[in-house]
Design a protein. Structure first.
Length: 367
């Protein structure tokens, strides 16, 4: 006896389930019409007709009679065949993925991330800011990260150094008292400098390679507003080497030194012991609290970029001036999100020209 009552309520707009396909197979064997099956299942007769059409298979039957073999075929509806056809068709459903129409952008983005070491956010922001591609094929930053994770692009997570090394732990912000007083404290620094609205305020620090005392170090200076970076190689990590480098920098800048450098913020490292004395007649030098790297956050972030090229522990003895300059130029030509995807170099040149114009207007007019 065929069961013709079901306690399940079918909802309009839903796809047939495998259980419903099994019911259709049983009812078809009982010679139920499509309309009768539709009424029992609570479905549209057209839905049942389409399902039977898609799930119908041809089978071969062989029969022997009077010493002869006869082969003939017949058709029937099979629930497994219907389910397999349904799952196969579902693979082609849905909207066409955006990356399928973004080959030009993907190739360009892979080149920038693999060769030029750009971050995904810079790639997206620079492409939009300079309108390099049709806006319809440029994804958002989150989508680009998703493409990388799903293997759509040549770039892999291993190629994104910042993503693998980012530390999300909260840091303490409690300031400690300086045991070594090298000059004015950062507490005495004008509050206007913290806003980064004014040009000419720098942070200074050193980058070491190996722990050997005889190994050279890098002296880094970064302008707080434009993020423009200056990298100088020192023969050792001493106050004398730092003072000589700053004196050389002052000579190279010439009369523009006072326009370029207004203040410098340093930590309390012994290599900066003579910095305040050497520059006190030219500019103001301020010193941060001990173990408070966040007070020179710009410099610390710049060092992360330098470490892409010079990993920790790598001796700097063989590092030449040309490579230092190459790293410096790469950093200054790297578009930044906080600069509206402009480069530090462009921003630095623009701010310097503004500063020169201001200084020229202050000069007294000769009679």
């Amino acid at each position: 006896m065929t069961q013709d009552q079901f306690n399940t309520v079918s909802r309009k707009g839903t796809h047939l389930s495998y259980q419903e396909r099994c019911h259709i197979q049983i009812l078809k064997k009982e010679a139920y019409s499509h309309r009768a099956i539709a009424k029992l299942l609570g479905r549209s007769p057209q839905t049942i007709h389409n399902e039977v059409k898609r799930g119908t298979i041809t089978q071969l039957k062989r029969q022997k009679q009077n010493g002869k073999t006869y082969d003939y075929s017949y058709t029937l509806y099979d629930a497994d065949a219907g389910q397999a056809n349904y799952e196969r068709q579902r693979l082609h459903c849905g909207r066409r993925p955006k990356w399928a129409d973004s080959n030009a952008f993907i190739d360009w983005a892979d080149e920038k991330m693999l060769q030029d070491k750009w971050s995904p956010d810079v790639v997206v922001g620079f492409a939009r800011e300079h309108q390099l591609f049709d806006a319809a094929i440029v994804p958002c930053t989150t989508t680009l990260y998703h493409w990388i994770d799903s293997g759509v692009m040549k770039t892999r997570n291993l190629d994104l150094l910042e993503k693998l090394s980012r530390n999300t732990k909260k840091r303490t912000t409690k300031a400690r008292r300086n045991k070594r007083v090298l000059g004015p404290s950062i507490e005495d620094r004008p509050k206007a400098i913290e806003t980064r609205e004014h040009f000419g305020h720098w942070e200074i620090d050193t980058v070491i390679g190996s722990q050997a005392a005889c190994d050279p170090v890098l002296l880094t200076l970064v302008e707080r507003k434009t993020r423009y970076e200056v990298i100088l190689k020192l023969k050792n990590k001493t106050a004398q080497a730092v003072d000589e480098a700053m004196d050389s920098l002052r000579q190279r800048a010439g009369d523009a030194f006072n326009q370029l450098f207004k203040t410098i913020t340093s930590d309390n490292g012994s290599e900066f012991a003579g910095l305040h004395t050497a520059l006190q007649e030219t500019l103001d030098v301020y010193f941060t609290h001990p173990y408070a790297s966040w007070e020179r956050g710009t410099s610390e972030n710049q060092h992360k970029i330098i470490r892409r090229f010079l990993p920790k522990g790598q001796p700097l003895q063989a590092l030449c001036e040309v490579k230092c300059l190459r790293i410096q130029n790469w950093m200054n030509d790297y578009p930044r999100k906080l600069l509206g995807y402009q480069t530090p170099y462009d921003c630095f040149v623009r701010e310097f020209h503004k500063e020169r114009q201001v200084q020229q207007t202050k000069k007294p007019v000769s009679a």
